[in-house]
Design a protein around this ligand. Structure first.
Ligand code: ZN
Length: 73
């Protein structure tokens, strides 16, 4: 059995049509643009690449903190 992934719900997708960024409605994601998609239960939240960078940086920091904590037990 494969190990469970903590980033299973995360992917980069392409917008089939233009829409606003989930985090900030003034961020426009144009048709065909790459975006970060996070699955939340049965929904998908889409973020522009500017927000994606911040979300990923925070996520990586959190993973590093948890990794440090787990290794110290
Ligand atoms: Zn955004």
């Amino acid at each position: 059995m494969a190990h469970k992934s903590v980033v299973l719900n995360l992917s980069v997708t392409t917008a089939a049509k233009g829409h606003n960024c989930r985090h900030n409605k003034s961020h426009r994601i144009g048709k065909g643009a790459r975006r970060l998609t996070i699955k939340v239960e049965r929904n998908q939240h889409h973020y522009c690449l500017t927000c994606a960078k911040i979300i990923l940086e925070k996520g990586i920091l959190k993973l590093q903190h948890i990794q440090t904590e787990v290794e110290s037990i």
